[in-house]
Design a protein around this ligand. Sequence first.
Ligand SMILES: [Fe+2]
Ligand SMILES: [Fe+2]
Length: 188
Amino acid sequence: MADTEEKNYFLRDVKTLREQAKKSLEDGAVTSDYPNAKKSIELLQSVLATEIVCVLRYTMNSISVTGISSSSVGEEFAEHAKEERQHMMMVAERIDQLGGDPNFNPEGLASRSATEYGDAETLVEMVEGNLVAERIAIEHYRDMIKYFADHDPSTRSMMEKILQDEEEHAADMHDLLVAHQGKPMLEK
Ligand SMILES: [Fe+2]
Ligand SMILES: [Fe+2]
């Protein structure tokens, strides 16, 4: 008896889930138990802006630095620019999955971003600017991971992957700073 009740309960549950899934097909990846997609999209738009600014900063640095005679640093900046672009795409695709339109509008970009584009001229200034930006991004991602942990494991695991890259970026910039300045600007 207990078994049958359990079975029926299970079947009813699956049926309800299927009905809900069909009903919300137009919502894309967002299911009815997703509590606040609008808030998530809003947060992800600021992450997207931050990643776009990082792509721009590293790309600009990778070109300017060649004039300061360091092709290996230029290559490192270019590599980071490539990875920031991957982050940008991951975040934009997640916004799309949640039913939002990723905001690539250059207007207001700097104010939507958590990090600055910067005005570095020397190699050391560039590395310092990137290190500060990476540290802000790391804090930003840590906060977001806590927020998404409660209700959106997919976004959370994407953020964890990006956070890992940002931590490597920060370590790379720290090493460059030590190599070119002899001492770190900030404690590691
Ligand atoms: Fe990034
Ligand atoms: Fe980064």
